[in-house]
Write a protein that binds this ligand. Structure first.
Ligand SMILES: Cc1cc2nc3c(=O)[nH]c(=O)nc-3n(C[C@H](O)[C@H](O)[C@H](O)COP(=O)(O)OP(=O)(O)OC[C@H]3O[C@@H](n4cnc5c(N)ncnc54)[C@H](O)[C@@H]3O)c2cc1C
Length: 405
């Protein structure tokens, strides 16, 4: 059994540490802050068995024009945000074309479909059942055209991946979610997905489980990672192997070890709002590019993607999301003075990096889970742990693909 350093304590790092520990390794996490307080804190809390297709960039001419003109709320950008990651964004756009997207979906779908099976035992062992709802989530469709599209999507997902969904008309939706005030064309209830009322607390509970089983968490800077003999050292900690699981901060570190990672950083925002009668499920209103999740702190309004290095104090996507939420529900004042913000770590080919860093013995990459890292952390952790133990790994997730261009 080996001594392993895991760098970063988001959902991905903590899941990696648990998977390695379960295989008998002696694991130390190096985290500069507190487990689960960055990207893995701020998400919409969905553990998504239905998200079988990775999120493609909208490429229809009308959608592209909207994005270019800064209209619409799905993707916003600033010149600095676009220029600083132009190569990665172009790569992402090319991989959003049907043939490439289809290829990514084959792998992505296999990962996603394992998510609740992998989270389930961890949730129970961590005593976190009180913050997990296993009742799916609801995607509303405000117009008949969107409802027609939804019928086709749910049929495709059922036929190809076995995803269970219930399609509802507006009246049926009102019965399920009486706090919705307006009549919409219909909704999809994605039945077998789960959701979490406090994503940061789930990561913290997984981290506490790891410590209870003898794992160590060192508060330190992983940016200091360096060779020590045949192994690695970061801050005060050492190990024979090191796994980079720093989410959106990972490329800064891999660069030092000869691996340039072209990442698309999709900024998202959230804010909680007081609400007396919250919905029973998270409500996705993708027509307005927003997910409304009932959380411990209130109704969390979470936004889509913004390509910008610097967060805005008053993000237009959040303002729009709040307007959409107020149409649907009676919601009160914001809970926080300022919105939270973080960046989804997205790979241009839409697949996370899981495997050996080329030409660096015993250095491993585990990041780039994009829109679904909260869902996928424990899934890809198992794949990485198996490879570290001598298994073949998944060829399509290997970091070496970046060297091949
Ligand atoms: C608005 C929004 C909504 C989302 N909704 C969902 C959703 O509903 N479902 C879903 O599955 N996913 C969702 N996601 C995506 C998901 O949150 C991310 O993919 C996931 O959290 C990434 O996890 P991670 O562990 O890789 O990164 P992080 O959670 O960011 O963890 C990285 C860790 O590394 C640490 N670190 C960084 N640098 C250093 C250093 N130098 N030294 C030591 N430690 C360091 C950080 O402090 C942090 O704890 C959403 C994302 C956003 C932004």
């Amino acid at each position: 059994m080996a001594e392993v350093l895991v760098l970063g304590a988001g959902m991905v790092g903590v899941s990696t540490a648990l998977a390695l520990q379960a295989r008998g390794h002696d694991v130390t996490i190096v985290e500069r802050g507190t487990p689960g307080r960055e990207t893995s804190y701020g998400n919409a809390g969905l553990i998504q068995t239905e998200a079988v297709e990775p999120y493609a960039m909208p490429l229809a001419p009308g959608a592209l024009l909207q994005i270019a003109l800064g209209r619409g709320y799905d993707v916003k950008w600033t010149p600095a945000g676009l220029i600083s990651q132009l190569g990665a964004v172009v790569g992402y756009a090319l991989n959003s074309l049907p043939a490439a997207h289809r290829r990514a979906t084959v792998t992505w779908g296999k990962l996603i479909r394992q998510s609740t099976e992998r989270h389930g035992p961890l949730i129970t062992a961590a005593g976190a059942d009180n913050i997990i709802r296993r009742n799916g989530y609801i995607e509303i469709h405000r117009t008949p055209a969107r409802m027609d599209q939804a019928r086709q999507t749910s049929k495709r997902f059922l036929d190809e991946f076995g995803v269970e969904a219930r399609l509802m008309d507006g009246g049926e939706l009102r019965v399920l979610e009486p706090s919705i005030k307006i009549e919409v064309a219909g909704a999809t209830h994605w039945l077998d997905s789960w959701n979490c009322a406090d994503p940061g607390a789930l990561v913290a509970a997984y981290a506490a489980l790891f410590q209870k089983k003898g794992g160590r968490i060192v508060n330190g800077d992983a940016g200091d990672l360096h060779r020590k003999g045949t192994g690695w050292a970061a801050d005060e900690a050492t190990g024979e192997h090191a796994v980079i699981a720093l989410g959106p901060w990972s490329p800064m570190l891999t660069q030092r070890f000869g691996l340039t990672v072209p990442m698309v950083y999709k900024r998202g925002y959230h804010r909680h709002y007081r609400m007396e009668l919250p919905p029973h499920h998270p409500i996705a209103d993708f027509g307005n590019s927003v997910v409304l999740s009932p959380m411990r702190r209130g109704l969390r309004i979470a936004t889509a993607a913004e390509l910008t290095p610097h967060p805005r104090l008053s993000p237009p996507q959040l303002k729009h999301g709040e307007r959409a939420a107020r149409e649907l529900f009676d919601i009160g004042a914001p809970v926080e003075a300022e919105p939270w913000t973080g960046r989804r770590p997205c790979m241009p080919d839409m697949l996370p990096l899981v495997g050996r860093v080329p030409d660096q013995p015993n250095l491993w990459a585990h990041f780039g889970h994009g829109h679904q890292g909260f869902t996928l952390g424990p899934v890809t952790a198992e794949i990485l742990a198996e490879e570290l133990d001598g298994g073949p790994g998944w060829a399509e997730l290997q970091p070496a693909r970046l060297k091949r261009g």
